[in-house]
Design a protein around this ligand. Structure first.
Ligand SMILES: O=c1ccn([C@H]2C[C@H](O)[C@@H](COP(=O)(O)OP(=O)(O)OP(=O)(O)O)O2)c(=O)[nH]1
Ligand SMILES: [Mg+2]
Length: 144
């Protein structure tokens, strides 16, 4: 298990696994006052945490499905990527896709962080790629 350096003003803000098998650790809103997201509105919500990942690990910011299904709350950027050399505050670009105003209270769990391994590659520029049965078929070409 990796031990990852983290900075936070309050230990309660440290993301943690809610169950033994959770892949994600919930991120909390580091705000002083209630924030309201109107339908269609987006906001970059601070989490108060700063991390130092070794090269080869990234952190993914992902939506919480409960907020998505109940209130239409998602991430404007789909999945956020926290680079290993990023030392700034982790922030969550939330959007209210729902039809009602959504209230965020201080320390609410607004998203989750998943730590993943990634590979670095170098490109080998070629004229032809290996043939496959799929070829360029995609976007539903096998049917629905
Ligand atoms: O949901 C997110 C996405 C990104 N970041 C931070 C960490 C990441 O390392 C940095 C840059 O993110 P990204 O590469 O996605 O954004 P960019 O628009 O390409 O910015 P940059 O030019 O700084 O790389 O912003 C967050 O805090 N939350
Ligand atoms: Mg970038």
């Amino acid at each position: 298990m990796y031990k990852i350096k983290i900075k936070a003003n309050d230990e309660k803000m440290l993301p943690k696994y809610e169950t033994a098998g959770s892949a994600g650790m919930d991120l909390r809103a580091n705000i002083e006052e209630l924030m309201v997201l109107q339908p269609g509105e987006r906001a970059l919500v601070p989490t108060g945490i700063y991390i130092e990942l070794p090269e080869g690990l990234e952190a993914q910011v992902r939506a919480r499905s409960g907020l998505a299904i109940k209130f239409g709350i998602g991430l404007v950027n789909g999945v956020g990527t926290i680079d290993s050399d990023y030392r700034g505050e982790i922030k969550v670009p939330l959007i209210n896709w729902g039809d009602k105003p959504f209230s965020i209270y201080p320390k609410d769990r607004i998203a989750q962080l998943v730590i993943c391994k990634y590979e670095k590659i170098i490109w080998q520029l070629v004229k032809e790629l290996d043939e496959t049965k799929r070829g360029s078929g995609g976007f539903g070409h096998t049917g629905i």
